[in-house]
Design a binder for this molecule. Sequence first.
Ligand code: NAD
Length: 341
Amino acid sequence: MKMERQRLAGPCRQGGGAPTSDSQGRDDLTEPTVLITDNDYASLEIEEEIFSRYGVRLITAQCHSPEEIIEAGREAHILISQYAPITAKVFEALPQVLGAIRYGKGYDNIDVEAATSAGVWVVNLPDYSDEEVAEHAVALMLCLARKVCAMNRAVHGGKWEVSAFEPIRPIHRQTLGIIGIGRIGHVVVNKALDLGMRVLAYDPYISDETIAGRGMRPVGLQELLASSDFVTLHAPLTAETRHMIGLAQFRRMKPSAYLINTSRGKLVDQSVLPQALQEGLIAGAALDVLEEEPPTPDNPLLRCEQVILTPHAAWYSEASAERLHRIPAEESCRILSGPEP
Ligand code: NAD
């Protein structure tokens, strides 16, 4: 990484020369400026330190719409967003913008096609938290298998007994079904194999040979659902995966099986999950992601004892949070100083 310059020479648009004036003829746009369009983080200390080291001005806002980004970004060369929608309208209105960076992996809030036509780099963080998410999925699986949350509730409520939690089966030799064998799915597989589990995998975009070569058995979705003790979701949210787990799929699962979702809430039709649990179609679920985040107080899942919920926290560790803040700032400096991000 070319970061030896303490003061950036001035921004230049990808494949073009340095802009010296904007559409209104102003010629004061050369001070490298980054706008963080929105964020809900406790601190931006890492970004502030990196930008001050490289002479980059940082502006922060809490934009919810393209119009608000346009208003806040009049002098920005880089836009870093958490959720704010960076659309074609933004690139049209802010011709000095060189890069649009997403805090995190998914980048569906950035119109990549419009950015590409405008010659604007789009940057995301595809792998800043693979280990963390895989650890979280395995942690949820172990909590379900060992009934840790239910035991914890009982002991805090004054009950000290094991028999209420029978049966508990050893995780060793149980079957884990993994849907989506990408970056995170692969890490989960290795951890499950280390635990002595049998692993079934369904991923229509990965060859059976590749799956089998990594110690899993490639199967169709129906077989995976019917044969797994735990089903864990690691596919992205697409038109194809939206509600890929609904009542029909719960009916195929074993009554003793558990569902784990650390991917995206909308992969599961969560409106039917309470019914699936009440009817005993599955034994329980652990969800780090919900269809609506945060859940409204009337969300029935909040009252389901067989459901473990975590607040979209799978990505987080001290180390991944450091990467989440550092990489967008470093990538901004790369774009501003000329070389590719
Ligand atoms: P990835 O792109 O590396 O892998 C996704 C895999 O899913 C690919 O192998 C793809 O072929 C497969 N896939 C696509 N469509 C499928 C389908 N219809 N059925 C089965 N498999 C299908 O993604 P990743 O980095 O492993 O991330 C997986 C998911 O985890 C993403 O949805 C991401 O948003 C989510 N995630 C959640 C958190 C969190 O904090 N909870 C953090 C990071 C990522």
